[in-house]
Ligand binder design. Structure first.
Ligand code: ADP
Length: 469
């Protein structure tokens, strides 16, 4: 009994709007997009029928069909304003859809029956085919609202049976007559229409379920990503504080501030400090990456003298260059060369380009750094004579945690994050970063910024004059 009640509750739900907002929207959107296709077929059917049958009755029926189409259009306009949320509006719209469907299916059936009634000989090929087309059209495009489809197909079903029985009643033929053959064929066609309607309905149902699954999966992925981001940022913060104090202590010890070190301990503590700094760089990169991804980062832009900025970056890398046996040359631009930027962030960019240039060069190589003015753009370039980058590797060069090839990882250390962060910083300054490279010859990375016109230059101001997110 309980099951029976559920069965009927489910069936009755076909006619309810509860939880069917998406279906109602889909139904109206599709019906709207097919309006001209329907108009063309109605008009073609009416013109054909008017030529062979009584034009006045044919065009009168056609006029009613067009009228029901107009009702559909009015309803569709009203439904456009509905956001798919308010269930009261949803119920009203569904009721109107049912009413329109009844009127439209009746008008189409009367139009077709009118033709059948006028045919007195030779079967009812034309009206039956019209009815068949209308039913298949409904089965294909009305499967979002099964109740509405049932109502339309039931009306068409009665029209089919009426036409099938028309000649049986008219002529009372024997069972061997083609009139009965036509009758049984119609019953077969009716079964076929029900079958394809069910299939289209199940297909739509499947698509809805799949979309729901994809949406749920999407939500789960977003939540997992959020947790990952929070976790990574908490861990990075927690690691950074003790690591800073470890590095600081090691530097004090290594610099001999706490007394002379035994010779055996020096290299070991040197390695510990170097690795500590590498770890700190990685943590800083991770924190920057998080901030960029969550949009937490914003830049305080001030006018900066590009020559000075680059000189400072070159100076801070000479120790590293000396250690690797690589010489660094710098050619500043002859005149003042101001750009807008956040000094520390641009130093971070330059340090990354310079340390890469040094890292990927061989001992005895040269790294050339230039500041130039190219038609109102300030170009800063870092050119090395190192290993070079193969063609088509842009995504790996600028990607997250990506490196051009694994042998790089073995030869020189790195996380594959530096250039990703660099590109992000540069682009948020409204500038660009690019490179030219040839394998075995070397690589040049270019940064290009707008050159600040003289009149916009604020005198030695350190106050930010612009902020970008
Ligand atoms: P990392 O240097 O930590 O590996 P980056 O994001 O700075 O990461 O660089 C990504 C990759 O781009 C490097 O691993 C390297 O393969 C390539 N690359 C960057 N700069 C150069 C360069 N000057 N010469 C050759 N390859 C480079």
């Amino acid at each position: 009994m309980k099951n029976l009640n559920r069965y009927w509750a489910d069936r009755l739900n076909w006619f309810s709007s509860d939880g069917r907002e998406k279906r109602i929207r889909d139904y109206l959107t599709l019906a709207n997009s097919l309006v001209w296709q329907r108009q063309a077929s109605f008009f073609a059917a009416a013109a054909l029928a008017a030529f062979y049958f009584d034009p006045i009755s044919v065009f009168s029926c056609y006029a009613v069909v067009v009228l029901t189409e107009m009702l559909d259009q009015i309803l569709s306009r009203r439904a456009d304003a509905w956001d798919g949320q308010d269930p009261v509006v949803g119920r009203k719209i569904l009721t109107r859809i049912f009413l329109n469907t009844i009127v439209s299916a009746l008008a189409i059936s009367v139009f077709i029956i009118n033709i059948a009634v006028q045919q007195t000989a030779g079967g009812h090929f034309t009206p039956l085919f019209f009815l068949f087309s209308a039913s298949v059209f409904a089965a294909m495009y009305n499967s979002q609202l099964i109740g509405v489809l049932l109502v339309r197909l039931s009306i068409y079903g009665f029209a089919f049976l009426y036409i099938a029985l028309l000649d049986v009643i008219r002529y009372s033929p024997p069972l061997s007559s083609p009139i009965w053959l036509e009758f049984f064929t119609i019953i077969f066609v009716l079964y076929f229409i029900v079958d394809i309607s069910v299939n289209f309905y199940l297909g739509y149902q499947d698509r809805l379920n799949q979309m729901k699954l994809i949406e749920e999966e999407n939500e789960r992925t977003k939540a997992a990503l959020e947790i990952k981001t929070q976790f990574l940022s908490t861990v990075s913060h927690e690691l950074r504080t003790p690591l800073t104090s470890i590095i600081g202590s090691l530097e004090l010890v290594n610099n001999g501030v706490l007394g002379e070190l035994p010779d055996k301990a020096k290299p070991v503590l040197g390695i510990a400090a170097r690795n500590g700094r590498q770890l700190a760089n990685l943590i800083n990169d991770l924190l920057d990456l998080q901030k960029m991804e969550t949009g937490e980062i914003s830049f305080q832009l001030t006018p900066i003298e590009a020559n000075d900025l680059v000189q400072e970056a070159v100076d801070s890398n000479t120790g590293y260059a000396d250690k690797l046996g690589i010489s660094v040359s710098f050619e500043p631009f002859g005149k003042d060369c101001r750009i807008m930027g956040e000094r520390n962030r641009l130093l971070q960019v330059m340090n990354n380009l310079l340390s890469n240039a040094l890292k990927f060069s061989d001992e005895g190589g040269t790294v050339r750094v230039r500041v130039e003015d190219l038609d109102g753009r300030v170009r800063i370039s870092v050119q090395d004579s190192g290993v070079g980058i193969p063609e088509g590797a842009e995504e790996r060069v600028f990607g997250k945690f990506s490196q051009v090839d694994s042998s790089d990882v073995r030869r020189v250390g790195g996380t594959g994050l530096g250039l990703n962060i660099t590109k992000e910083i540069v682009e948020r300054h409204g500038a660009t970063i690019n490179y030219d490279s040839e394998l075995g010859v070397g690589t040049t990375f270019y940064l290009e910024f707008d050159h600040l016109p003289e009149e916009e230059v604020a005198d030695d101001t350190t106050e930010p004059v612009a902020q970008v997110a």
